[in-house]
Design a protein around this ligand. Structure first.
Ligand code: CIR
Length: 255
């Protein structure tokens, strides 16, 4: 069963957004363009049927527009993370306030660290990326919390990307969008693989909402593969977020 989402939390980027963490060499983001792209992203979520909770910019945290990293929300609980990069610690407290009206709250505690971008949900199972941001204590704590709510989980060790969902995302049925070089990982055996060629890696971070796939603009190979599987693809230009190592999933918490 695929659980349905009908709400999303987003946070408008602040004017110091370009001072956030990045490893990309794509240059400084243009703030006004980022605002426009964020607005279009929000409109697209609404078009897909989601009700938005739009938070004001938070200038204390330049990366706070990447809300996904601060919480994992399921039908049964919201798990507040403890971000792996110290510069982002504190963002989660502000998201906790928003979520406490919607779900029972659980949390990751020191010395555990978890970034929401490392968590890939497939039906009742959660893949947890062990990454530079999510440590093994975080994996264990999160696994315990999920078990308490009758979900299963497993760890996937990653080293070639920032977050697990930078390279792999689940759509529906049994369809997994995944970097070509990762598709042989035992963890992902048994899925229908929709592979992302090496020149289009950024596009693996796509998002299915109510039968539409939101896809970063400019990746024709994966677009064609998705359309061949009868998905309605909605392309979005998120170039300014890519410059800050962010993608489509990290700009919202869907629940
Ligand atoms: C960071 O490095 O934390 C941010 N600049 C980007 C976070 C992207 N989040 C995500 O993919 N879930």
């Amino acid at each position: 069963m695929i659980y349905t989402t009908n709400k999303a939390i987003v946070r408008i980027p602040g004017e110091n957004f370009g001072q956030g963490i990045t490893t990309s060499d794509l240059g400084k983001p243009n703030y006004h363009l980022a605002l426009e792209q964020h607005h279009t992203y929000c409109e697209s979520l609404k078009e897909c049927g989601l009700e938005l909770i739009v938070l004001e910019p938070d200038l204390d945290f330049p990366d706070s527009t990447f809300v996904e990293d601060t919480a994992i929300v399921t039908e049964r609980c919201a798990i507040i993370t403890r971000p792996g990069d110290k510069r982002r610690r504190g963002e989660e407290e502000r998201i906790k306030k928003e979520l406490s009206g919607h779900r029972k709250i659980e949390a990751i505690y020191e010395p555990g660290t978890v970034d929401g971008g490392d968590i890939l949900r497939v039906k009742e199972h959660f893949y947890i990326g062990l990454s530079a941001r999510t440590n093994s204590e975080g994996v264990n704590q999160l696994g315990d919390i999920l078990r308490k709510y009758a979900y299963s989980s497993s760890m996937v060790q990653i080293d070639k990307m920032l977050h697990l969902k930078s390279g792999v995302n689940f759509l529906d049925q049994n369809n997994l969008v995944i970097w070509e070089e990762l598709k042989h990982l035992p963890a992902f055996k048994g899925f229908n693989i929709i592979s992302v060629i090496s020149g289009e890696k950024y596009a693996a971070n796509c998002l299915l909402i109510n039968n539409r796939v939101l896809l970063p603009a400019g990746f024709p190979d994966i677009k064609e593969k998705l359309e061949a599987r009868k998905y309605q693809v909605l392309e979005l230009d998120v170039s300014e977020f890519e410059k800050m190592d962010g993608g489509l999933t990290c700009l919202s918490i869907r629940f």
